[in-house]
Design a binder for this molecule. Sequence first.
Ligand code: ADP
Ligand code: ZN
Ligand code: ZN
Length: 727
Amino acid sequence: MSYRVVEIAVNVSVHKTFHYREPEDLQGRLVPGSRVRVPFGSRRVEGTVVGFVEQAAVSGLKYVVEVLDTCLTPELLALARWMSDYYLFPLGQTIESLVPRAVSRTKPKLKKFIRLTASPSDCGDSIVVRGKKQTELVQLLTGRGEVCVDELDAFSSQTIKTLRDAGLIEISEREPDALTDREDFLPSEPPMLMSAQSDAVRRISETAMRSEFGVFLLHGVTGSGKTEVYLHAIKTLAGTGKGAIVLVPEIALTPQLLNRFRKRFGTRVAVLHSGLTDRERADEYRRIQAQQVDVAIGARSAVFAPFAQVGLIIVDEEHENSYKQDEGLRYHARDVAVMRAKFQHSVAVLGSATPSLESFYNAKNGKYHYLPLADRVDHRPMPEVLLVDVKTLPKQSLYSAQLLEEIRLRLDRKEQALLLLNRRGFSSVIICGDCGLAIKCPSCSVSLTFHKSEGRLKCHYCGFLMRPPDTCPTCSSHELKPLGSGTQKVEEELQTLFPEARMKRMDSDSVKGRDAYEKLLQQVDRLEVDILLGTQMVAKGHDFPAVTLVGVVDADVGLNMPDFRSAEKTFQLITQAAGRAGRGGTAGEVIIQTMNPNHYAIRHSRTHDYEGFYNEEIAYRIQLGYPPIGRFIKLEIKGVDEAQTAEAAKIAQNRIRHLMRGKGTVLLGPAPAPISRVRGKYRFHLLLLSQQREAIRSLALEGKKAVEDKYNRKCQVSIDVDPVNLM
Ligand code: ADP
Ligand code: ZN
Ligand code: ZN
């Protein structure tokens, strides 16, 4: 007898699919995308049907055990295949990362709902509502329509039963609406768009309406009304039956932002963020599947929102590093968004005031459409930026006279000041106290890392090693010192200077969890805070109208990170921080304290000159063949035993060297990671760089395999395609 052989991507760490036999009782129920449970070795594991084959590869196939009730759309399955291939991650595990775990583990919870079947007056004499309680209930139902029994604690089950037996009410069971549905959102009139905004909306929606693939880079200065463009563009999808996905950095997913969406789209908005419980996430996921929403808004993983059809995918603050997942399936949500739009013949909109080099490069090359918003809303001025050279400050002082004076002014005027510190930066870099520059690797142009135990400076890209010099290679000064020292006391010092100021700190140490974060935002909003200081968190996306001063205390920390993107990240951070100033009626001011006032990342952020920065930065990327010109793949080799892990990294290196053919491929390392030990495991990095992505993919896989063959489980290798975090 013939039977179908099912090809299944099993959720295990193996780069291949497996064949199973379709049992008779499941015939017709399995389709590509079906989630199933199958035997695997001595266990049972979950997997996903990816296809059917005529001939089985082996005889004696095992049977599929059961079908789970979730199913991946064909389009998401195609996206998963692309991701598995691109990110060199097993297909079964890739799919697993696409579907919230809880969706296959939890059943939707059903609730009882009650509504009137007839109005009592329609029923003649046969039905009589007796007593106070019954009357109250009927009145409630008349007013509200359908009500969940959970809300009827005031009524006994007998009251409800009596009315039901009398045929007056009906009880049905269904999934409750999402949490959000209980609040009422007064719809608000959208503002009239400015002409640059409406041009952008028109071009986006024209492409979306034609069901054509297109990527738009919405490059709008801070406060230029990008969010308003998103809202209008989404509106134009109404009636097409297509959903919209809006990705925002986790940290920007505030009640403030959600309310803006709910005021426009009411309850037809699903929210996916890390603060949800598994069940809440699963419920939101099902609501999208059931087409109860038009818009899904969320952080990174919302890019997998299971709309049957997607018309628009928006990636706000597309330059944010948090879009890159740093473990497991190391995908970049922005790049996946673009691919998903491509598979769905739809539109991706990437928005930023400081686009990533990658995206701007694509816009310049005509791969993306370019939509500039050059002005702030209502022609509010961009803030004035002042650079203060901290080399001129007396030693040990953290704050310049100018900055202190301006803070004092804000306190007097009852306005708010926001201070950015990079305190939690990376301090194992040696900088020159006179010229402000970190000592760099001669061949990689990234800062060298100081390894105290060995007394050596190391390049963690190529492994270059040197003794710390006595004098600065650039200016011959003797003032060499580790970076970041002395900044620990910034907060206390400020409080001593301004004892009456209400200060709050915002960083991942002081603000734990969503609730604390949102509470702090509210306090700032209600003007209960005079000075908000913190790390990168304070720089991002907030819209506080009373902030008229932004101070960047130590702009150089980021600049000297051992990372080829350090200039880009610094430019973005300073420009974004500056963008927090003067968003209300009063003009804003920005003071940047730096040792490197002439560095191009700092110079151009002073004049809000993105293109000026881009032109200098891209020249350096071209010269070294770094992204966006070339592509990196990072191999990370981890293990408990340092010598053995170093040895394993060498094995990967040798294997790759042996296979490396053709020009244009560079292998850097192995070198210890800048953060060389994490959770008891030593880490070594190998970097593959090439102009042709295809050339290095198989090399990376071979390098991984060489280590796994020899060390089995003692050393782990992970592959990171287009790595963002090189620490
Ligand atoms: P961005 O996302 O670029 O920072 P937003 O869309 O948040 O900008 O807009 C900044 C502020 O200006 C918001 O308060 C928004 O409501 C307001 N705004 C945006 N577009 C307009 C417009 N066309 N007319 C009036 N106000 C607008
Ligand atoms: Zn120097
Ligand atoms: Zn180097």
